[in-house]
Ligand binder design. Structure first.
Ligand SMILES: Nc1ncnc2c1ncn2[C@@H]1O[C@H](COP(=O)(O)OP(=O)(O)O)[C@@H](O)[C@H]1O
Ligand SMILES: [Mg+2]
Length: 279
């Protein structure tokens, strides 16, 4: 589960918030596209989930963990529970495909025996069995992104987030990468992916969340289409409704509403819509 409850983030020195009262709730096993123009706040939202950045207000709960209470020294451990894929692959250039995946497992503390067992399986999943001994520079962009995906799913994370994973790829390769992410989703991983690939988004009928100026302007739960300006008809307040949450030892234990930011403003769908129109 990914839950953001009234999350606002203003970077130091900025006047406008990068995220402005964002609430969204993504259930386990969902596949969600996050779209929006450049500067809309997509990467900032991803960084909230990885705890690369902290919100100024609001609550973030990922897989039952309230990020506010993770100690700094535990952040690397927390991040290893997530799969993270980037636009620029971030592979180790002097290591082979096999070693890139194996290395990620090594740092996660997996035994050599387990690594030997796991890496070939993951490479098969992403279709790179034959490229195992190549170096990243010997691969196409699409293949490099497959390595990066292999590396991020090798530890079987419950959640995979991908920030513009197709940003450096041609259309056909992009479609293949998104289809690989779908396959990973079919195996039971929640996937949140930002993309500019309009055709892919429109073909897949998935949930589509649109950010504009740091706000969620549309949340199309099903059959989402690529529409950057949002649409009041599909504007949904996806903040946790009646069932909220309560925490014990950083785990969600009940459904008692608990909201930190802007406590008195439980705005209705209509007020939210009109509020947005003013902006
Ligand atoms: N490290 C930063 N410091 C200051 N402002 C930032 C920083 N990162 C992003 N921003 C600003 O926050 C807003 C959202 O950026 P970002 O989340 O990168 O959007 P997107 O990924 O949708 O292009 C932009 O106005 C951007 O200039
Ligand atoms: Mg970005």
């Amino acid at each position: 589960m990914i839950l953001l409850d009234h999350v606002t983030k203003i970077y130091p020195g900025d006047k406008k918030p990068a995220l402005d009262d964002v609430s969204l709730h993504i259930e386990p096993n969902e596949f969600v596209f996050l779209i929006g123009k450049s500067g809309a706040g997509k990467s900032t939202l991803m960084k909230m989930i990885t705890k690369e950045e902290d919100p100024d207000s609001g609550k973030i709960i990922i897989g039952g963990i309230d990020l506010e209470y993770i100690r700094r020294r535990h952040i690397p451990h927390y991040r290893r529970r997530l799969g993270v894929v980037f636009q620029d692959f971030k592979l180790l250039p002097r290591r082979t495909v096999y070693e890139n995946v194996a290395f990620a497992l090594e740092i996660a503390g997996m035994s050599t025996r387990e690594i030997k067992h796991t890496v070939p399986k993951v490479l098969e999943l992403v279709g790179l069995t034959d490229q195992a001994n190549k170096f990243p520079s010997q691969l196409s962009g699409g293949q490099q992104q497959r390595v990066s995906i292999a590396r991020s799913v090798a530890r079987q994370p419950k959640i995979l987030i991908a920030d513009e994973p197709t940003g450096n790829l041609d259309k056909l390769t992009s479609a293949e990468i998104i289809s690989l992410l779908q396959k990973i989703n079919d195996f039971g991983t929640t996937v949140l992916v930002t993309t500019h690939e309009e055709a892919i988004v429109n073909n897949l009928d998935k949930r589509v969340i649109t950010l504009k100026n740091g706000r969620v302007v549309a949340d199309q739960k099903t059959h989402g289409i690529y529409k950057l300006d949002g649409d009041p008809e599909v504007l949904i307040d996806s903040s946790p409704k009646a069932p909220g949450f309560a925490l014990k030892n950083n785990q969600v234990i009940s459904s008692t509403p608990k909201q930190k930011a802007k406590p008195s403003k439980s705005v209705s769908k209509k007020t939210r819509t009109s509020k947005k129109k003013v902006i």
